[in-house]
Ligand binder design. Structure first.
Ligand code: ATP
Ligand code: MG
Length: 295
């Protein structure tokens, strides 16, 4: 967990009496202060080898809300499914993609960056070509460090780079963990949520030992929470028992607005700015700034 780097003069967020879903007093995190200058980026990998837990949704909406707070954000579509690129409505064919950047140093990463409908949120797209990367990179020198090398070339223009990982712990995910300063683990509030998290944490530990000593766990984000079901509440309680303060106080509830926003190829914060889910992602952005995970 990163150190809290907030100014004590900011207070500790406004505490109220009622408890939030993670059992800690509910609080609103303070509005991030505007940045006077930008970069170099802190790189955060959104990672969980379990499929469908909210990695891509979180990358899109955290990216959009951090951009709302004036942060310059670059999102990397590091999944051959290309869901991040589709969700942000950007081109993935006949344009340079992250796959091309991994394979060829002669392509300028800046040429692969596309703007999105959200001001301040850019993306490097990915597509099915990436599925060949694991095989094509196997014989490369320092094959785990290729993405880190690519991102170094664009880091100075951004405050934060978010990597949307694929649901596996293969070479691409190891590249993401090697490039990252921090990891956010989205965890769906359902029965099998905790299965596999031990393996993921073990993988992060191995990457820390061998490739990236400075990597930190920025937080575990409970997603698809449904306060009306005992089941969802019990799962979240078990997650907090297991991971304590590593569990972010912000919790993302389950709502059909997310699939709707996906169809519209736009962040929920633009599709339904006043919806509770948009507010939750703003709270997540504020919490990560408050915890020092983002400038
Ligand atoms: N809080 C939520 N409530 C309801 N549906 C959600 C929520 N978050 C995400 N979804 C939906 O669940 C599905 C999976 O989400 P998402 O694609 O973000 O997961 P993922 O972890 O990136 O999946 P994958 O492992 O396949 O990359 C999507 O259809 C998305 O719209
Ligand atoms: Mg995804």
């Amino acid at each position: 967990m990163t150190q809290q780097t907030h100014d004590p003069a900011d207070g500790i967020g406004s505490l109220t009496q009622d408890l939030g879903p993670t059992g800690r007093p509910h609080r609103e995190f303070p509005e991030p202060k505007p940045l006077r200058s930008h970069g170099p980026a802190r790189i955060i990998a959104l990672c969980n080898q379990k499929g469908g837990v909210g990695k891509t949704t979180t990358t899109i909406n955290l990216g959009a809300t951090l951009a709302e707070y004036g942060r310059r954000v670059l999102a990397i579509d590091f999944d051959p499914q290309g869901a991040l690129s589709a969700g942000l409505g950007v081109q993935t064919h006949d344009v340079p993609t992250i796959y091309d950047l991994l394979l060829s140093r002669s392509i300028d990463p800046n040429d692969a960056i596309q703007n999105t409908s959200v001001e301040g949120l850019d993306v490097i797209p990915g597509n099915i070509d990436l599925s060949a990367a694991e095989i094509n990179l196997v014989n490369e020198v320092a094959r785990e460090q290729i993405l880190a090398g690519v991102l170094r070339r664009v880091s100075s223009d951004y405050d934060v780079i978010l990597i949307d990982c694929q649901p596996s712990l293969g070479l691409l995910t190891v590249n993401a963990l090697t490039a990252a300063h921090g990891v956010v683990i989205p965890l769906e509030c359902e029965f099998f949520a905790l299965r596999g998290v031990a393996l993921l944490i073990e993988t992060i530990d191995k990457v820390r030992d061998r490739l990236n000593p400075a990597i930190t766990l920025d937080g575990i984000l409970a997603t698809m929470y449904d306060s009306r079901t005992l089941h969802s509440r019990e799962v979240l309680e078990r997650v907090v028992d297991a991971f304590g303060d590593d569990v972010l106080e912000t919790v993302i509830t389950r709502t059909v607005k997310f699939p709707d926003a996906t169809v519209a190829a736009t962040p929920i914060t633009q599709f339904a700015p006043d919806h509770q889910a948009s507010k939750s992602y703003r709270q997540l952005a504020r919490e990560l700034v408050f915890r020092g995970a983002v400038a």
